[in-house]
Write a protein that binds this ligand. Structure first.
Ligand SMILES: Cc1cc2nc3c(=O)[nH]c(=O)nc-3n(C[C@H](O)[C@H](O)[C@H](O)COP(=O)(O)O)c2cc1C
Length: 372
């Protein structure tokens, strides 16, 4: 049962919510790459719940510790690079009622069906949002390598509880739109509490999350991510395309239920004449004038910004009583969830989406140019 990803750049994620630690093993980073450990820790810290009331009250330092893979100068040495993040604040007793009665919407039932009771239940076990900590650590390393190749990756909360942020500018692939996208991406870098482009929309999202929380309920939404600086020609046709690689990685993030590229499902309602991206010559290169394709055609990059959107379902651990089944007696049961939970995964998932996109793109780039 591997929790592993990648071909040229591989990541294995290990741990459970209440095990001594969670972590990852990263292989395939070029040797001799200086690793900025402060930047890595700062990136991992972005997914912490902070003091915001919509985040889980479970607070931990979440300090990533690199235990393998660096030389004395702090550069990658070619050996597998392992990072651990200790779990220091666990309350397993909060989950005792879930040992036999699964939460609707969580993986308690499917883990029981697969592992016949041997699964680690407390905190959601290996299905916990805590496993996104190591993903962020691995992604931070990929981002550091991508920066040396001129590739940047940024995400924002595009929609939360039905309230929409302004979209990234990259659907228009003009020089002005690309400059606007760069400005939007760097504006998000200031660590704002709600990572939206439209600050007012962000405030309305906060109000909607707080309203749901007051009703002991949860909300979902959409994270949009842009990757800039990729050359045209990266990727493969059919099964190993950039879309395939990214979708596989993004569906590894807990609570992701949909992934779309460029216009995505909206393209199904467009005509070819609207959806096609006409080409033009810019600085001697052939470039698409618009970017409905989200930077990918035939699984291969067009050179336009890569645009992907991920739909997150609402957190399943709601604080109202719901119907379930006692799996020991096979009798109907009512379940009240205890424990400490987020009201939404969407806000904390923004750096996670950046990390996972960075891992997928770095994997494709490390395998490029193709040998065939
Ligand atoms: C950043 C993040 C935080 C999460 N926090 C919680 C949480 O506090 N409580 C919860 O029940 N699920 C939480 N989840 C979602 C569950 O981990 C997820 O729903 C579960 O593993 C089942 O997987 P699935 O939703 O992909 O089917 C979180 C997910 C992410 C990405």
């Amino acid at each position: 049962m591997p929790s592993s990803l990648g071909t040229a750049l591989t990541v294995s994620v290990f741990g459970q919510s209440h095990s001594p630690a969670v972590g990852c093993v990263v292989e395939g980073l070029p040797a001799g790459m200086p690793v900025d450990q402060d930047a890595l820790a700062a990136f991992v810290a972005r997914r912490a719940p902070g003091n915001d009331p919509w985040g889980t009250p479970r607070r931990e330092p979440d300090l990533p510790r690199i235990v393998s893979g660096l030389n004395v100068d702090g550069e990658t040495c070619g050996a597998p690079l392992a990072v651990i993040i200790e779990n220091t604040n666990t309350r397993s007793q909060d989950y005792s009622n879930l040992l036999d009665v699964p939460r609707p919407g969580h993986a308690d039932f499917t883990a029981w069906a697969k592992w016949h009771g041997a699964q680690d239940v407390p905190g959601g076990g290996h299905f916990s949002g805590r496993l996104t900590g190591p993903l962020c650590a691995a992604g931070a390393l990929a981002l550091q390598w991508l920066a040396t190749r001129g590739v940047s990756v940024r995400a924002h909360v595009a929609e939360l509880a039905g309230i929409e942020d302004a979209p990234f500018s990259a659907l228009d692939n003009s020089v002005e739109a690309r400059e606007a996208l760069a400005r939007e991406m760097s504006a998000l870098a200031d660590g704002r509490r709600m990572p939206t482009l439209d600050v007012e929309a962000g405030q309305r999202m906060i109000d909607a999350v707080m309203a749901a929380r007051a009703e002991r309920d949860t909300v979902g939404g959409v994270v949009e991510c842009a990757c800039c600086g990729l050359p045209a020609g990266v990727g493969s046709p059919m099964f190993d395309g950039i879309e395939n690689v990214m979708a596989r990685a993004l569906f590894g993030i807990p609570a992701v239920k949909g992934v779309e590229f460029g216009r995505g499902f909206a393209a199904a309602r467009m005509r070819g004449t609207e959806n096609n991206d006409p080409y033009e010559v810019r600085d001697g290169a052939c470039v698409p004038r618009t970017n409905n394709a989200g930077g990918i055609l035939g699984g291969i990059t067009t050179g336009a910004p890569l645009l992907v959107r991920c739909a997150f379902k609402p957190i399943s651990s709601v604080m109202v009583e719901q119907d379930s089944v006692d799996l020991a007696s096979m009798e109907p049961a009512r379940l009240k969830v205890h424990g400490r939970h987020d009201t939404t995964a969407v806000i904390r998932a923004v750096p996670v989406v950046e990390a996972v996109c960075a891992l997928a793109v770095a994997d494709a780039l490390l395998a490029w140019p193709p040998q065939e």
